[in-house]
Write a protein that binds this ligand. Structure first.
Ligand SMILES: [Zn+2]
Length: 85
């Protein structure tokens, strides 16, 4: 069982959460200046790291807030949780 500690609700089973993607992806500051290929890269391309990774999760069966989770994608250990940056 994977436990994720919601900063608002406390430790909860991972089944209460929905994965929301890489927490390090930032929207381009000036999207009008991007080429179609650069925009497609921003929208669709993501790294698939093995090891520690910052992820966004929504506590969809709880407070429904978004949180940031630092998780090892190989061992599934959760190192830290907090509010999104
Ligand atoms: Zn919560």
């Amino acid at each position: 069982m994977l436990l994720i500690t919601c900063p608002h609700c406390g430790p909860r089973d991972a089944t209460e959460f929905t994965y929301g993607g890489d927490a390090n992806v930032r929207r381009p500051a000036n999207p009008e200046a991007l080429t179609d290929e650069q925009w497609a890269d921003y929208v669709y391309l993501r790294d698939n790291p093995r090891g520690e990774h910052d992820e966004l999760w929504q506590h969809s069966s709880g407070c429904r807030r978004w949180i940031e989770v630092r998780r090892n994608t190989y061992t599934h250990d959760v190192m830290a949780t907090g509010l999104p940056k």
